[in-house]
Design a protein around this ligand. Structure first.
Ligand SMILES: NC(=O)c1ccc[n+]([C@@H]2O[C@H](COP(=O)([O-])OP(=O)(O)OC[C@H]3O[C@@H](n4cnc5c(N)ncnc54)[C@H](OP(=O)(O)O)[C@@H]3O)[C@@H](O)[C@H]2O)c1
Length: 267
C-alpha cells in the first residue's frame, strides 16, 4: 500500500487529494492531508482521507508528498519537512513558478522531485496537468507513479520545464479564455430572450458537447466548423462576423501575451 499525503488542502490541494481518493482509494493507495485550517479537511474525510496534524508527521507517513500551499510558502514548508525527506520519498510541487532547481535547493537534494502544473477544471475532476520529470534523481517508478496519479484526475502529459510557461499561457490560463467566450455567448442568449439561467445552461452544454465532438472526430477543426455552416444559412452569417473581427487571431494574441508576461515574471 502506498500513501499519498498533501500539505495544503485548499482549492487545488483539496481537489487533487479528493479526486485521487475517489479514483484510487483502496486500489493500492491510501491518502492523508494536512492543512492550516482543520475544518477544510471535512469534505476530504468523507472520501476516506486521513487528517494529519502537522506537515512533518505527514511527510514521515507519506511515500508521495504533494505540496499545495501558495508558492511563497513552499520554502518554509520544505524546510519543516526536511527531517522526513530521503531517496525513498517522492516530492511533488504544484506551486506556480517554483522551478525544479529551487525545489532541489529547498529540499537539499535529499529526494526526487516532480513539478506539476494543473488547471482549474481539476476542481471537478477534468483537469489538464503538465508534469516535469527532468530531475535526474527520479527513478523509472517515480516517473510512472507521478504520471499515473495525475492521469487518474484528467489528462496528464510530461513536459520539459522550459515548456511550462507556454503550457501555463495556453492551458493554465485557458479556462479564463473559455469562460470569457461562454460569457459572451450567454449574453447573446439573454439578448435573444432566454433567461440568464437558461442561457448559462445552454452555453455550458454547448461547450461540453462541442468539446466532446471535437475530441472524438479526426477532422480538422475548420472542417467541423464548416460542417455547421450550410451554404446561405444562418450559421455562416454569424461566422462571417467572427472572421471579420479576427477571433482566431485575437485568441492567438491573448495566449502570446500571457506567454510573454509569464517569461517576464520568471526573470
Ligand atoms: N488554483 C489554481 O488555479 C492553481 C493553478 C495552478 C497551480 N496552483 C498552485 O496551487 C497551490 C495552491 O493554490 P490554491 O489556489 O489551492 O490556494 P488555497 O486555496 O489558498 O490553498 C492553499 C492551502 O494551503 C493551506 N496552508 C497555508 N499555509 C499552510 C501551512 N503552513 N501548512 C499547511 N497548510 C497551509 C491554506 O490554509 P488556509 O485554508 O488556512 O488558508 C490553504 O488551505 C499554489 O501554489 C498555486 O500556485 C493553483
Amino acid at each position: 500500500m502506498r500513501t499519498v499525503g498533501c500539505i495544503g488542502c485548499g482549492n487545488m490541494g483539496g481537489a487533487i487529494l479528493g479526486g485521487l481518493a475517489g479514483a484510487l482509494g483502496g486500489k493500492g493507495y491510501v491518502f492523508c492531508g494536512h492543512t492550516r485550517t482543520p475544518e477544510r479537511m471535512a469534505p476530504l474525510l468523507e472520501k476516506g482521507v486521513t487528517a494529519v496534524s502537522g506537515a512533518l508527521p505527514l511527510a514521515q507517513e507519506a511515500d508521495v508528498v504533494v505540496l499545495a500551499v501558495k508558492p511563497w510558502q513552499i520554502a518554509a514548508i520544505v524546510e519543516e519537512i526536511l527531517p522526513a525527506l530521503g531517496r525513498e520519498k517522492l516530492l511533488i510541487s504544484i506551486a506556480a513558478g517554483i522551478s525544479i532547481k529551487r525545489l532541489k535547493e529547498f529540499s537539499r537534494n535529499l529526494c526526487p522531485v516532480v513539478r506539476c502544473m494543473p488547471n482549474t477544471p481539476a476542481l471537478v475532476g477534468k483537469g489538464v496537468f503538465a508534469v516535469c520529470l527532468e530531475d535526474e534523481a527520479l527513478r523509472r517508478e517515480n516517473k510512472d507513479e507521478a504520471l499515473a496519479l495525475f492521469s487518474a484526475l484528467g489528462l496528464c502529459l510530461s513536459l520539459p520545464e522550459e515548456r511550462f510557461t507556454a503550457f501555463s499561457a495556453l492551458v493554465g490560463a485557458g479556462p479564463a479564455y473559455v469562460f470569457e467566450m461562454m460569457r459572451g455567448l450567454a449574453q447573446a442568449g439573454v439578448t435573444l430572450g432566454f433567461s440568464h439561467q437558461e442561457a448559462r445552461t445552454l452555453v455550458g452544454a454547448l461547450f461540453s458537447g462541442s468539446a466532446a465532438l471535437a475530441g472524438e472526430r479526426p477532422e480538422h477543426l475548420a472542417q467541423l466548423r464548416d460542417a455547421v455552416c450550410s451554404p446561405g444559412g444562418l450559421t455562416i452569417a454569424g461566422v462571417n462576423v467572427l472572421d471579420r473581427a479576427g477571433l482566431a487571431g485575437l485568441l492567438v494574441d491573448a495566449v502570446l501575451a500571457a506567454n510573454a508576461r509569464g517569461l517576464e515574471m520568471e526573470e
